[in-house]
Design a protein around this ligand. Sequence first.
Ligand SMILES: Nc1ncnc2c1ncn2[C@@H]1O[C@H](COP(=O)(O)OP(=O)(O)O)[C@@H](O)[C@H]1O
Ligand SMILES: [Mg+2]
Length: 255
Amino acid sequence: MLEASHVTVSFRRRGGEPFRALDDVSIKVESGKIVGIVGESGSGKTTLVRTLCGLQKPDSGEVLFKGREIHEAMAAARSGAGLPLSMVFQDASGALDPRQTAASAVGEALRVHRMVVRVGEGDEVRRLLAAVGLPADVAGKRPTEMSGGQCQRVCIARAIAPRPALLIGDEPVSALDVSVQARILKLLAALLKGHENGLEAILLVTHDLAVVAAVCDYVYVMSGGRVVEEGVPREVFAAARHEATHRLLAAAGYN
Ligand SMILES: Nc1ncnc2c1ncn2[C@@H]1O[C@H](COP(=O)(O)OP(=O)(O)O)[C@@H](O)[C@H]1O
Ligand SMILES: [Mg+2]
């Protein structure tokens, strides 16, 4: 579904050599799967996500969505039929407008992406808020009146509103309490299983191996801008070869 091949991204540093944030990275996200990208801070995860979304132009390599170059695929989708991908970030309450209620935030996402809603916008907003497990009374609340987990659920509802085939989360649960993390991860898995709003796959970016172990079907381990290991999480973690993987295992309490 989404395929990045031999992607290299360099940043110019003042007075220094160009710095390679991504070095020949290739990953694949297949339909029906939750794919994890794990790596320590600074390993290039966010740069990879930005490249996958078409926000960062690679020096070399390409990103294809269903066989089409990602910029083209995003541009072609702007008719309201459904986006190739959409994103959820770490800072859920910061991503929401403090003056907006949950319902107006989700309604705005529908309008911005010109989603044609047969049932009417109000009904669609209620349906989306229910789909992310929010009780009806949250609809009228503003970010300061909601918990971190509720804010992230609103962000997820906003992200799936434009009917993305792929949902990309960049550290989507890192700012939440561990028990809340588990619930949000379960929600993401359930949204995919139910093909909610046409969802076909999830890419989960995290520095936390426990997150990957909980829900991912496949994992790529990044270090220093490269993919250093990949495979089924249980197998990768049981037979970790790279020192970065060992450090991540130790940090997550595996030994
Ligand atoms: N716009 C930029 N300009 C210069 N350096 C950058 C830029 N964005 C990221 N970097 C550098 O690239 C490396 C990877 O960053 P990032 O992709 O954010 O890693 P991660 O998300 O894994 O923490 C870091 O060393 C970071 O300082
Ligand atoms: Mg990052």
